[in-house]
Design a protein around this ligand. Sequence first.
Ligand code: HEM
Length: 146
Amino acid sequence: MAMEKHDIKTREDIELMVRSFYDKATRDDLIGYIFNDVMKVDWPKHLPVMYDFWDSLLLEGTYKGNAMQPHFAINKLVPLETPMFQRWLQIFEATVNELFIGETADLAITRARSISEIMNFKMNIINHPEQQKGNIPLVNPGNQNG
Ligand code: HEM
């Protein structure tokens, strides 16, 4: 029998979400190479950090890092542009919607949207200082979940 979709409730759910997200993101034609080739991510080290990050945002985790910080370093190697954040978000939302349904799943998407919006804004200021009004919304305002 196929499993009914449920909400994000446990650490196991968070881990499944994060692993499924990276499974897609690392194969993606627009952003995959940043993880695989540019940053050569140390997955056994990075995955638990991401479990803690999402656990802290959604359940009861203990992430104490700075989520923005590594992206400034990445941005020096590969400028992180709006279409990349749109793709990141598209993959994240597809992953959550594929696996889960409920309030916490909606919250995951809302949080991802606002953080990627801020991250994109910060990178745009660095990458396109001449475009004072160059911030392009990642999500159509008519299409927000929360
Ligand atoms: C195009 C978009 C993005 C790319 C290419 C990207 C890529 C990466 C890479 C390569 C790392 C470093 C992994 C390592 O330690 O080697 C990282 C870390 C991280 N990313 Fe992203 N990222 C993106 C967007 C986001 C967004 C939107 C969020 C949050 C919603 C996010 C959350 C994080 C967090 C929490 C870390 C770990 C920070 C720490 O070490 O404490 N990323 N990302």
